[in-house]
Design a protein around this ligand. Sequence first.
Ligand code: HEC
Length: 220
Amino acid sequence: MIRSQNSQPLMALPALFIVLAMALMLAGCGTLAEPVLQAASATPLAVEERAAAIQPTALPTATPLPPTATPVPLPTATSTPLPSPTPEPTAAPVQSPIDRLVAVRDAENGKLLFETFQDAANYSCANCHLADSEKTNLGPGLLNIKDRAAERVAGQSAAEYIYESIIDPQAYLVADFDPELMPRNWAEIYSDLQIFDIVAYLMTLEGESDIDEPDAADEG
Ligand code: HEC
């Protein structure tokens, strides 16, 4: 009894293997393939999730670029305003106090003083200087003296040179003239303002030159 009861289930095992083997063969052909397709449709969702997870990591790599680009334009913008201050000092020509004084003095009165005989000097300016000529009398002719005076001494304007020529005739000696001839006491005879009047007058002496510049060929 015991054997027969045990032998029945043991005999059924080969039958179960056959049924399972057939079921596997059917699965390869059709109905059991569906779970495979479902698994394939589930994979794209996982890719999107991964892509979404990758995006945040890509952002930090882009941020380092802007900081490197911003420092470059700043130094070029600060260097451009620098050239503009330099033209300002060169644009302002300086007029000396003598230049400004002479410009507002009375040339008419200067002409009068130039022609007035002074006992203390034993001369008038006009005794030695021609106002309407560049030719020599006892001293150099003073027509166009303004142009020559501007060239006489480096750093001195025409008015400054003429003023000094009157108060200190030996400060600059014109070539080929007697250095002792011009009286040296004009600053005792005339006030500074009177001398500025004379300078203002001499600055007005302009006209066509009446002397020929001697050149080397004529001198021989
Ligand atoms: C006695 C003659 C004499 C009298 C007066 C005289 N000068 Fe002269 N002056 C000269 C001689 C000479 C020179 C040239 C030598 C020299 O530089 O001192 C000269 C030079 C000058 C010069 C420089 C000219 C140049 O080409 O660089 C000026 C300007 C001048 N005199 C102005 C005057 C004035 C203004 C007076 C009157 C206030 C005056 N002189 C009176 C004889 C005179």
